[in-house]
Design a protein around this ligand. Structure first.
Ligand code: ADP
Length: 448
């Protein structure tokens, strides 16, 4: 302000000074006064020009730099420029924060949709686009309810009670490949809604499997229990002779054994699911494993059938495999047990380990049993899946044997292969990768 007054006074004094110098004699005072006024006018014009330059600079978007020197206009220019710079920095900052925020929502594994107070779509991430089949160009600002026509969701929206989620089929849902979404609305801001969607197909499937499993187990246990209860009642109500009582007790013992086997297989499965993976540093002798399995197999064959099978065990000495002895013994015995249970007596069953060119090993059980039709093969490892239900029961099967084998195989990084044709026998094999196989000779060379 001082500078402004000073410049006005200086301008007037300068012009007045010139007037004094050029004024004819006797008219100095009038001329000087007039020139003082002219100086003031000149200062006003120059000052207005500077103001106009500032205004033009502002109108043109304040992009270039301007030189307005000191004084009021210079300071105003400096301050405006600083304010503009601050506000543009603020805009850039909040822009990048918004971008980061949207990128985080974009990265969310859940579908996110922002709805305005009228349930029109303001924004959605890619997961939501996949869940509901939205297209950014087509569907922004559309009513969510017009695009997703699900009666359950419509009722949920209408009820305006968003404490829980609602489930609905996803866009890709089909009878062969069901897709289920869990959708929940969360009110925020001024009547807006945040919609979160989650693909719960796997959870639903796991839940359905759990339900099936419980139903199957109950069914499997109920059958022998009913038979047992029947026998107990008979023994209690009828006076039987010794021979009959003995026969009934034998049948009761059979049912009890069946339940015991089932419970034992269930425990094996739950142990396999809950325990840590078997070590790759625990080495088991292949020959010893085969020796134990051969003994069990011969006993089982005698126990089940009056005549025996043509059991051929091909023994290989000097090899070890890494894993849990207990689990591998259980898997291998299950495969051999199945061959014995399903193959008619006197027919041949080949069992053995073979080295593979890549350094791995394969365990195989080849039988001359009834074989399995192709359509059953992919489902054989499902719990309680049986091709021939009565045959399985007759021979003490639980329907869990191959499920146990599959689990053990997976835990050992091993592949279970089933080659079978109806009427032509079956071959079940477990292929062990090279890192789980070593030769004893090799090891003694290293340590020797
Ligand atoms: P199970 O206790 O009924 O034998 P598994 O899980 O061991 O249950 O086997 C599932 C089904 O696969 C069996 O019920 C049977 O129908 C079929 N299966 C398994 N092994 C053989 C085999 N060696 N020959 C023919 N069928 C077999």
């Amino acid at each position: 302000m001082y500078w402004r007054l000073l410049s006005l006074v200086l301008c007037q004094a300068g012009v007045a000074g010139i007037g004094w110098l050029i004024a004819p004699k006797g008219e100095e005072w009038q001329i000087t006064l007039a020139m003082t006024l002219l100086g003031g006018y000149l200062w006003f014009v120059l000052d207005s020009l500077r103001g106009m330059r500032l205004l033009r600079w502002l109108r043109s978007g304040a992009a270039d730099d301007l030189s307005l020197g000191n004084g009021l206009w210079g300071e105003a220019y400096d301050r405006i420029r600083r304010m503009l710079r601050d506000s543009s920095r603020l805009t850039v900052d909040s822009d990048s924060r918004l971008k980061d925020f949207l990128a985080a929502l974009q990265a969310s594994p859940n579908g996110v949709v922002l709805l305005d107070s009228d349930t029109r779509i303001e924004w959605f991430n890619q997961t939501a686009a996949d869940h509901f089949g939205f297209d950014v160009r087509r569907d922004l600002l559309q009513h969510f309810g017009n695009l997703v026509r699900d009666p359950g969701f419509a009722a949920y929206l209408f009820a305006h009670n968003f404490l829980n989620d609602v489930t609905m089929p996803g866009r890709e849902n089909s009878s062969s490949k069901p897709v289920t979404l869990s959708v929940q609305l969360h009110p925020y801001g001024d009547g807006r809604l945040l919609l979160l969607s989650r693909d719960i197909t796997a959870v639903e499937q796991a839940e359905a499997m759990r339900r099936d499993f419980v139903a199957n187990v109950s069914h499997e246990i109920r059958t022998p229990l009913t038979v047992l209860a029947g026998f107990v009642e008979t023994l209690q109500t009828l006076s039987l002779d010794d021979q009959e009582r003995h026969r009934y007790l034998g049948l009761m013992s059979q049912q009890a054994t069946r339940m015991q086997t089932l419970v034992s297989d269930l425990l094996t499965l739950s142990r396999l699911e809950g325990s840590p993976l078997p070590s790759v540093h625990e080495w088991i002798s292949v020959d010893l494993l085969m020796q134990q399995c051969e003994q069990d197999a011969r006993e089982l064959s005698h126990l089940l059938w009056t005549q025996s099978h043509d059991l051929r065990f091909e023994r290989v000495a000097g090899w070890e495999i890494a894993g849990s002895a207990l689990e591998l013994h259980s898997a291998i015995s299950n495969l051999i047990g199945n061959a014995i249970r399903y193959t008619p007596v006197q027919r041949r069953i080949d069992v053995g380990f073979k080295s593979l060119p890549d350094g791995g090993m394969v365990f195989y059980v080849k039988d001359q049993g009834p074989g399995i039709a192709q359509e059953h093969i992919p489902r054989l490892t499902e719990r309680f899946y049986r091709v021939d239900r009565s045959r399985s029961r007759e021979t003490g099967g639980t329907g869990l044997g191959l499920a146990i084998v599959k689990h053990v195989a997976q835990r050992h990084g091993t592949e279970l292969t089933i080659d079978s044709f109806a009427g032509k026998g079956s071959t079940f094999s477990l292929t062990f990768p090279p890192h789980r196989v070593r030769s004893v000779a090799e090891m003694s060379n290293i340590h020797g």
